[in-house]
Design a protein around this ligand. Sequence first.
Ligand code: GLN
Length: 534
Amino acid sequence: MTKYVFVTGGVVSSLGKGITAASLGMLLKKRGFKVSIIKLDPYINVDAGTMNPFQHGEVFVTDDGAETDLDLGHYERFIDESLSSSNNVTTGKIYSRVISKEREGRYLGATVQVIPHITSEIQQRVLSVADGRDIVICEIGGTVGDIEGLPFLEAIRQMVSRVGRENVLYCHVTLVPYIAAAGELKTKPTQHSVNELRRIGIQPDVIVCRSQYALGQELRDKIALFCNVAKDCVIVALDADTIYKVPLQLSEQGFDGLVLRRLSLPEDGKPDLNDWKRFVSTFTNAEEEVEIAMVGKYTALKDAYLSVVEAVLHAGISNGCRVKIRHVEAEEIETGGAESRLAGVDAILVPGGFGARGTEGKIAAARFARERKIPYFGLCLGMQVAVVEFARNVCGIVGAHSAEIDPATPNPVIHLMEEQKEMERLGGTMRLGAYPCELVEGSRAHHAYGKLLIRERHRHRFEFNNDYRERFEAMGLRVAGICPGRNLVEIVELADHPWFVGVQFHPEFTSRPVTSQPLFRDFVAAALAKRRNG
Ligand code: GLN
């Protein structure tokens, strides 16, 4: 019988509910349990694909091409498993399904209602990821008390009657704020948010208190008493300088053991956290540091490039160093200024992006890296701008452009392919999800991966225009990876440069803490070499 852990959040958002769920998943998996994680997002968008990264952070792409909430990235990185579209459910998905079923006449004359139709549909989604798993961890997005979260909370409340109380555990993550004027940590918001949950019929079993400072036994006991949980079921999640410390911290307090006990699962044997501990200790103790400029559009919002930042950090650890990221607003280097903004960096990274704004700045960054022989890594749009830059400044193609940026350019070097144009009229043409890529022997990419066939995830519309391939190659921009069967250029590299690689895919999505993504690893190694050699 599969067990279910539901993770809700109270008081404020951004508490680290996702990290708590991911940490628990990792700890249980390291104890040998088969774990799955699902995120229920109460917003009405069908998926995160159309959401502005400025507001909502990065859109995380899975192997099967789902555009999901960034928490799925945390889950994948923590439990070290690839997830799919079924691991992220939104109100939009639920309602579209229920409404189309209604239109198909599948409800046999019933009045279709939130309870039971919407709530059953939600439960179905949770049950659908349980196949072959010992434990399903289900995080509910948003904060208790939000109007749109109610059907989800009702659905998880009903799960008790569906699968049995002994197979369900409710974990509520709250904030215990520190009031400087009083010099005190306050438990009242936690009490209120637990009351809110109880009002709708959910009594949490475990409370995870996010706090700036350690909570003494007295405070823990108080929370236990007022929130009606056992004393050992109050866990503290202290602010940490890296999210990767959180599972270690939770485990030290016996979080995983407690969850197992509550679910009547065997808790013998401790999780083997050695590789994770090594990772965290390198993060803390690394003496060398490299500085990488990230030239992007949403640099003010930390979460907009979350997976890229994580991948760079993992790569740093695998090279035994720390990575400092210098966020550079692309628009600010559009009309000069690259020189001063990029001065002294050990490497330059241009991440993915959409739309024309800031593109000239990214092109300037690629040029700077090429001419100064600074290691360069271009991800998706970052590859496309490198190609445009090469076309203009090395091949002398005046006005070279991408079709996305300047639709009026004749025969753009980055274009929408003929076969896409018909599809474009019918709706989306995004290339989404994992595609195979054949590497060219002896290329930097081949060196990094150590094999010739790889798979990486995509999320883009435009492609390298093969009309230019020969001309570019003759001038030193080598094609290093091709999508087999479709002849799409996936990787370009500069021949005469220490490390200059542009990839049409998003390698950041497959980087994991202990097994850093090979291209990121080699990119940071090149940055380190530059730093050492000046
Ligand atoms: N906007 C570009 C395209 O659609 C690049 C997308 C990206 O960087 N993810 O092809």
